[in-house]
Ligand binder design. Structure first.
Ligand SMILES: [Zn+2]
Length: 415
């Protein structure tokens, strides 16, 4: 399975949040983890066995709920000949929905990493921890080591380092034979070095551009060469933009990759944050400009700018917690879109129609998470979407000062 996009991560995170909130009134929520190697037939026999054992549950309603959850899983299983690439997880059961009511929840999730152990659990909470753990360790970084003799290109996926390319140069050492030819020798050396850097820059750019989900690039090597290489823009500008920091390493070969990752380790946890910080700083700098500002904020302005196709980067706080809702009138069929908070959606009953004035005739027909809806809109116009986490000063200011939605324009426009 390809790397998850920020969007897929966000959607899965939200799904996990929802599952975590679900509480059964008794032990009647089923979590079932099926590894990719497991036969559907075996899962079925396992469930049949659980089904017959559950008929001994004392409480009648609990028994009924558990049985119906197992039935629901079994009927969904029928749609599969074998588990998907990474296996799948079923979360099914009746969650408590206040007072005496329960509500059926049924999620089938294909996880971002393969499931290794078959697991069936019936409890008053869903068992989401193994799924949650898969989300946290999948960050992707580019690694580049360079000096005048060697260049190594690799990738860091979670905790795994992969070497992708190793190259050596023909650049002669800095010291020539002295005398008359010294200057000529130095000039030739510099030309050779320049050609070497061009080659390394092109190769690294080509490799890194293929990794769409690359979160940043770490550059290492001994001495000042790496700095020179970075400052002289030998990399493609999109790759150049992703450089997080340069680090000193003793080696520029495969061993150096491990060295680079461990020297970066301390800052690793801050890397995601620092990338987001960079984006937010770019936005905040634009906000303060009075002339030709590229900042845009406020849901209405953002929508307008997206429709015009002038947004370069859309910044969305992962904490927006709003929905785009379609209200429809039952008597005249008029419909309108609104943005509502989670609470507003929960407490929504019905409103009068603004067209035919029908009493309480407008109901919620559809709802979609605002982040998903805006991301769709953005993707249609080739705008980049960045989901910004909270917990840093900049990330928090996005939600507190800008309602969680901001954008950087391609060029200044009147909105
Ligand atoms: Zn109406």
């Amino acid at each position: 399975m390809a790397e998850m996009t920020q969007r897929q991560k966000y959607d899965l995170k939200r799904q996990i949040e929802e599952l975590k909130q679900a509480k059964g009134r008794h032990t009647e929520l089923i979590s079932l983890y099926v590894p990719p190697s497991k036969q559907i037939f075996d899962v079925n026999s396992y469930l049949k066995n659980e089904y017959s054992q559950s008929q001994n549950i004392k409480s009648k309603t609990t028994m009924k709920n558990v049985l119906s959850a197992i039935e629901s899983i079994m009927s969904r299983l029928k749609q599969f000949k074998k588990p998907p690439e990474n296996g799948f997880i079923f979360f099914v059961g009746h969650k408590s929905a206040g007072a005496d009511k329960t509500e059926m929840v049924a999620h089938i999730i294909e996880p971002p990493q393969p499931i290794t152990t078959f697991l069936y659990r019936c409890d008053s909470l869903f068992y989401v921890e193994p799924l949650e753990a898969m989300l946290t360790e999948k960050d992707l970084y580019g690694l580049l080591l360079i000096d005048r003799r060697e260049c190594t290109i690799g990738i860091l996926k979670g905790n795994r380092i992969e070497m992708l390319k190793y190259m050596t140069s023909q650049v002669p050492g800095k010291h020539g034979r002295g005398g008359q030819s010294q200057r000529r020798f130095e000039r030739l050396t510099e030309i050779a070095a320049h050609e070497w850097f061009v080659k390394c820059g092109e190769t690294a750019s080509e490799i890194f551009l293929q990794e769409e989900e690359l979160q940043g690039i770490l550059v290492g090597g001994p001495g000042p060469t790496k700095q020179y290489f970075v400052e002289e823009n030998y990399l493609h500008y999109e790759i150049q933009d992703k450089i997080i920091e340069t680090f000193d390493t003793g080696y520029t070969d495969e061993f150096g990759l491990r060295e680079l990752v461990s020297s970066a380790a301390e800052t690793m946890t801050d890397l995601k944050i620092s990338r987001e910080k960079k984006l937010m700083k770019r936005f905040l700098k634009e906000v303060t400009k009075t002339d030709g500002s590229l900042a845009v904020y406020g849901e209405m302005h953002i929508r307008k700018a997206l429709e015009m196709g002038v947004v370069d980067t859309l910044l969305l706080s992962e904490n927006i917690r709003k929905y785009r809702v379609k209200l429809k009138c039952a008597s005249c069929n008029y419909s309108e879109m609104r943005t509502m908070t989670e609470e507003q959606v929960k407490e929504f009953e019905s409103v009068n129609c603004s067209k035919c004035k029908g009493q309480n005739s407008m109901e919620i027909e559809e709802k979609i998470d605002l982040i998903d809806e805006l991301s769709d809109l953005a993707e249609q116009t080739g705008c980049k979407v960045e989901i910004i986490s909270t917990g840093s000063e900049e990330g928090d200011s996005l939600i507190s000062a800008f309602d969680g939605i901001a954008g950087i324009l391609r060029y200044a426009v009147e909105l």
